[in-house]
Structure formats: C-alpha cells, structure tokens
Design a binder for this molecule. Sequence first.
Ligand SMILES: CC(C)(COP(=O)(O)OP(=O)(O)OC[C@H]1O[C@@H](n2cnc3c(N)ncnc32)[C@H](O)[C@@H]1OP(=O)(O)O)[C@@H](O)C(=O)NCCC(=O)NCCS
Length: 150
Amino acid sequence: MIRYTTSPDGLTDRMLDGFFVGWPDPPSARTHREILHRSAYVVLAVDEQAGRVVGFVTAISDGVLSACIPLLEVLPAYQRQGVGRELTRRMLVLLKDLYMVDLTCDRDVQAFYAQCGMTESTGMMMRNHERQSGRGRQPGSGQVPPEGKL
Ligand SMILES: CC(C)(COP(=O)(O)OP(=O)(O)OC[C@H]1O[C@@H](n2cnc3c(N)ncnc32)[C@H](O)[C@@H]1OP(=O)(O)O)[C@@H](O)C(=O)NCCC(=O)NCCS
C-alpha cells in the first residue's frame, strides 16, 4: 500500500535508501532529507509495509508566479506502477495557482511529463558537477549576498 504525503517530518536516513540512481556523486540521505525540508513543496510516496520512501518530487518557488520542479524519482523496483504519475499529479495540484511551472528533463522522459499534462519546451541550464552531492557548501550559501559582494 503506497501512502502519499506532503510532509518530510520524521524521515530516517534508512527510509531514503536507494535514490539518485546513476548519479556519480549522489547526495547522502542526510542531504536528501535537507533537500526535502528546504523545498517549497514536496510529495513523498511511502510504502507502508516496507517502511520506506519509494518516490519523491520537490518544487522550489517564489510563491507568487513561478515554481520549478528540480527532482522527481521513483525507486526502480516501484517504477511503471503509476507512482511517478501520481506524485506529479499531486505536485501540479499543489502548484495550480501559479503561472509558471518549469522543469528540465531528458528527452526520453518528455512523454511521461506530456502524459501528466505538461508541454514540451526549450530551455537552458548550468551544472556545477563538483557540487552534485551538495557537500562543501558555505554557511548561508544559496542566499543572496549583501550588495556589492557578488
Ligand atoms: C520518470 C519516472 C519518475 C517515472 O516514474 P514511474 O512511477 O515509473 O511512472 P508511471 O508508472 O507513473 O508512468 C506513467 C506512464 O508514463 C510513461 N513513462 C513512465 N516512465 C517513462 C519513461 N522513463 N520514459 C517514457 N515514458 C515513461 C509510461 O507511459 C507510463 O505508463 P505505462 O506504465 O502504461 O507504460 C521514473 O522512471 C524515474 O524515477 N526515473 C529516473 C529519474 C528520472 O528520470 N526522473 C525525472 C527527472 S526530470
């Protein structure tokens, strides 16, 4: 039985095993928990019997016009069972009052997002590969520095 929740409270590292498949330098479970807590919106799919999270989606947002969905993943053993579609559906409900909802993805996942009601687009991106794990951030990084310090 899969339960869906918007609360990342009470998660243990063990409940988050197995995500970031194929990432050369994946975030730790602790960093994963931090990502979930710091995101503006999160939806988790929890396998109650197994006592683990089997899928998650996050969104960051200005809360006024726009949101971006940076992460969506379903554990391989739980894929093709409708979990990804349900996570995305629930996230798009949470974001329904915003004007812009954007994400970047590989071409092979575009059909999935199209089924979820999203439209193909073009985009630009940048990746700092040495920061993939989320380690080594300075305290306060991610916040806008005082004027003149950029
Ligand atoms: C993409 C992903 C989240 C889909 O999750 P899922 O739970 O397997 O998806 P669902 O079972 O809800 O799929 C619904 C439908 O979308 C389509 N679909 C699912 N995964 C797809 C994929 N990788 N490529 C193309 N279509 C896909 C299928 O038509 C599927 O219906 P079907 O089961 O009748 O074939 C999952 O494959 C995943 O975690 N992949 C690795 C991480 C990733 O690529 N995330 C997206 C980053 S932008």
